[in-house]
Design a protein around this ligand. Structure first.
Ligand SMILES: *[C@@H]1O[C@H](CO)[C@@H](O)[C@H](O)[C@H]1NC(C)=O
Ligand SMILES: *[C@@H]1O[C@H](CO)[C@@H](O)[C@H](O)[C@H]1NC(C)=O
Length: 244
């Protein structure tokens, strides 16, 4: 019996690590090099966020993520992020057309940068709130950035990244003007190394065409499906044994 339980636990751990494989951004350079920084207002949104929350040994909530700044609960119904342990919730921040989002600084809502859309970037946080609902002081144990997607699902899983605490610290040490300047310089350099006459937009659209990244995604989903089946079979065996 206990061997069966260990098997169930092992299967769940493997399942979790499939999700945890999502890429992490650890420095301002990583952030500037990621697709979102050139096409969305993520630099500005993340700069606001890094300065809004408490960052010491832990990252802690300072606002109500169920309503303040236009944020709200995120259901993760597409399974884009890992399944939540008991007592945790995901919240999404960054829709500038929600009630209360005008509390966001104007540099977030109107970044004065050449981007595609001011309302595309999102931050998703995972809060450990137990059974009490969210309130200030609770620990945010995971931070993700992503973009709102025009394709079917809510968010774009291929452009979703985990943000490390050290990146949040790095962002707090710089003002937004500095970060925007670094990004402009890097994006300009990249643009000049692109083949002549090829506009940025093609690079952007290429993200949605079949590519190795999408193959990885397919593989990830395939593994996930197999593991779900293993877990169901394992649970079945465990349950049958415990009724004997
Ligand atoms: C800029 O170029 C580097 C190296 O080719 C690449 O890794 C990075 O993703 C590019 N950044 C953007 C924003 O396209
Ligand atoms: C931002 O930081 C840079 C470099 O430290 C400084 O020169 C600039 O005055 C700062 N800008 C603002 C708006 O604080």
């Amino acid at each position: 019996m206990s061997r069966k339980i260990s098997f169930c636990v092992a299967a769940c751990l493997i399942l979790t690590s499939v999700f945890a494989a999502r890429r992490s951004l650890n420095s301002i350079t990583d952030l500037i090099d990621c697709h979102l920084s050139e096409h969305t207002n993520i630099l500005e949104l993340l700069h606001w966020f890094a300065n809004e929350v408490d960052v010491d040994n832990h990252i802690r909530l300072t606002f109500d993520p169920a309503s303040d700044y236009g944020s709200h609960h995120y259901g993760n119904f597409e399974g884009m992020l890992e399944p939540l342990p008991w007592g945790y919730q995901y919240y999404t921040i960054g829709n500038i057309y929600e009630d209360d989002s005008d509390a966001l600084p104007s540099y977030v809502r109107n970044p004065h940068r050449n981007i595609d859309d001011n309302n595309r970037a999102r931050i998703i946080i995972r809060v450990n709130e137990g059974h009490s609902g969210p309130h200030p002081g609770q620990i945010i144990d995971q931070v993700y950035i992503t973009q709102h997607s025009d394709e079917g699902t809510n968010y774009d899983p291929d452009n979703t990244y985990r943000i490390t605490p050290s990146l949040l610290h790095a962002i707090r040490r710089r003002n937004i003007t500095e970060i925007q300047q670094l990004a402009r310089r890097s994006h300009r350099e990249n643009a000049s190394t692109r083949p002549q006459g090829q506009p940025t937009r093609y690079v952007h659209e290429a993200q949605y065409k079949p590519s190795t990244e999408n193959n990885d995604d397919f593989l990830r989903r395939f593994c996930y499906a197999i593991l779900v089946i293993i877990v169901i079979v394992a649970l079945n065996v465990c349950l049958q044994n415990s009724f004997k």
